[in-house]
Design a protein around this ligand. Sequence first.
Ligand code: IMP
Ligand code: MG
Length: 178
Amino acid sequence: MPNIQVHDKLFEPYLSAGEIIEKVSTIASRLNTDYKGKRPLFIAILNGAFMFASDLFKQVTVDAEICFIKLASYKGTKSSGQVITAIGLDMDLYNRHIIIIEDIVDTGKTLNVFLPQLKNQQPASLKIAALLHKPESSIYPLDIEYLGFTIPNKFVVGYGLDYDGLGRNIAEIYKLVD
Ligand code: IMP
Ligand code: MG
């Protein structure tokens, strides 16, 4: 596959659509085993996680609910360090089994701000499913129970992930050419 341009930057192919879907299936199988009979509630974090959430949820075969919240911390290709809640949570989490669906965990800031808000509501359990993790840029350590890929500290686009609004509609994941 050729390189692509998004805004002013060049990106090279990194993870193919096939590799991604295979990984999503693996995560879904684990969830189907772990949450049998528990009627989990998935909370997907918009915008980036919408594609991962959709593909994953289609492969969840146990009774399950899903809802969405919108958090944002990124400006361009850098984390702003500030997490803004643009659309809040409208579900009661008390005694529920919760699975957060994130596209990517970078510094860990977004989830570190958000998780205590969820824990306040005393869910029965709280786990994270993330498609991508950049451990090299981790500042706030997180336990990611269901992880797709560990990737180097490079900016990526595609499969829901954007660079300044563009690139979300690509079925593969591309990484920035240095
Ligand atoms: P964190 O709060 O630093 O962990 O950043 C998490 C959020 O930043 C993710 O949910 C993404 O929306 C965004 N993000 C982090 N790294 C990238 C990237 O390489 N490409 C696109 N968005 C990213
Ligand atoms: Mg995100």
